[in-house]
Design a protein around this ligand. Structure first.
Ligand SMILES: O=C(O)CC[SeH]
Length: 424
């Protein structure tokens, strides 16, 4: 006979519960077709894409095809796509480019108006208070180092989104860039980028081309979940992140006519790759994978989106029917839309506990309390920013479903949550 105590019994029971991954906003697995594209490229397109012989040309062709798929996914030209190592590089690059653009274009303007105290006229950025750290921390660094002035616009507590009028009101003669994410990673709330694009276009008509305000959006969380079209958005720059839409851990930036009608300055120097804009021998297999992931989104977006929405809505209905007033949803606003796969929910009933404790006691649920790159044991600054109280924010879970998440997965997860709360 083997004696096992209740603790061991519980852990065996936990192990018996099927593990349900519900953290697709943190990262997604690679689609099978993406793995095949990467593997194939590793074996047949290993050449240096800059080499003129056949082996190099094969690699170059793979990259050209991938670039076209990424461009088609967002309604762009292939020449407007530059591959990067991921979202953090893309965001840093675009913000740094805006500073350099200011120093070249706006200084001339400042000199022409006789204000020689150029240092005082720093570039000005407008962003929101719910951005990913690869925007937030860069702009905080610019502000701390007196490289730029930054307006962090508070999002509306009634919609979880920025007000277009607040963006317009924040514009100054030194404003060089507006950078606002297309959809938030924790609440899923979609930001009014198209409306902002239209307003900024009319403002730019009065500012002259070289002093136009540049518009950037970090589309990391939106691509693969909702339609993303750069013309509809009216952006000059857009950040693409492969591992959020079943692609590899590389990314790309969209830049409208890079280096000609839209400024783009290299972050580093080396070989002539990516038209001297982003040197370094290309990561052909990962680019092949990104292209395949983009092709899948371009073909199947409506199916992916509707499937995820059906399962996410089922999850929220199930939570409401099982827990009633003991749960409240963060990020559901009548005045804004949200991603079809994201649910931010707080457990506030009598046996409420912090979100990270829920997850530690229900290991079968692989979710998060917020952004993976944030500490999990404190209230999310994004939830606090949209007006959620500290008490509710501390008890939140960020549950994000994927293309393959099933209603059976949701039943299992909610059942395990019920077991936890019935027990406590
Ligand atoms: O988990 C997320 O929200 C994105 C990676 Se920091």
């Amino acid at each position: 006979f083997i004696l096992i105590d209740s603790q061991q019994t519980q852990s065996i029971q936990h192990l018996a519960s099927k593990m349900v991954y519900l953290d697709y906003n943190a990262t997604t697995p690679l689609a099978d077709e993406v793995i095949q594209a990467i593997t194939h490229s590793l074996s047949v397109a290993w050449g240096n894409p800059s080499s003129c012989h056949d082996i190099g040309t094969k690699a170059n062709h793979v990259i050209k095809e991938a670039r076209q798929h990424v461009a088609s996914m967002i309604g762009a030209k292939a020449t407007d796509i530059i591959f990067t190592s991921g979202g953090t590089e893309g965001n840093n690059w675009i913000l740094q480019t805006a500073v350099q653009h200011y120093q070249k274009a706006f200084e001339a303007k400042i000199k022409s108006i006789g204000d020689m105290d150029v240092k005082r006229n720093k570039p000005h950025f407008i962003t929101s208070n719910i951005e990913h750290d690869s925007i937030k921390l860069v702009l905080e660094h610019f502000k701390d180092q007196e490289i730029a002035d930054v307006t962090f616009l508070p999002v509306s507590k009634s919609s979880g989104a920025v007000h277009v009028e607040d963006v317009v009101a924040a514009v100054t003669p030194s404003t060089v860039m507006i950078s606002i994410m297309l959809a938030n990673n924790e609440t899923g709330v979609i930001q009014p980028i198209s409306d902002i694009g239209r307003r900024i276009k009319s403002i730019n008509r009065q500012r002259g081309d070289n002093q136009r305000i540049l518009l950037h959006t970090d589309a990391a969380q939106a691509i693969g979940k909702i339609g993303v079209n750069v013309e509809d958005l009216g952006v000059d720059y857009l950040t693409i992140v492969g591992h959020k839409f079943y692609g590899p851990r590389i990314g790309a930036v969209y830049v409208l006519n890079p280096g000609t009608s839209t400024p783009l300055y290299p972050l580093f120097f080396g070989g002539g790759q990516e038209r001297n804009l982003r040197p370094g021998t290309e990561n052909t297999p990962m680019i092949a994978g990104l292209g395949k992931a983009a092709e899948l989104v371009h073909i199947n977006l409506d199916l992916y989106s509707s499937k995820m929405q059906e399962v996410r809505d089922y999850l929220e209905e199930k939570l409401e029917s099982c827990f009633g007033d003991s749960v409240c949803f963060n990020g559901r606003f009548k005045d804004s839309q949200r991603l079809p796969n994201t649910c931010n929910v707080s457990f506030i009933g009598k046996s409420a506990m912090p979100g990270h404790e829920i997850l530690s006691q229900v290991p079968s649920i692989q979710a998060s309390v917020g952004a993976a790159c944030h500490a999990q044991d404190r209230p999310s600054h994004i939830l606090l920013a949209i007006g959620i109280s500290d008490f509710v924010a501390r008890r939140a879970l960020r549950i994000s479903v994927g293309r393959e998440t099933t209603k059976q997965d949701i039943d299992a997860a909610v059942q395990d949550l019920q077991k936890l709360f019935n027990k406590t």
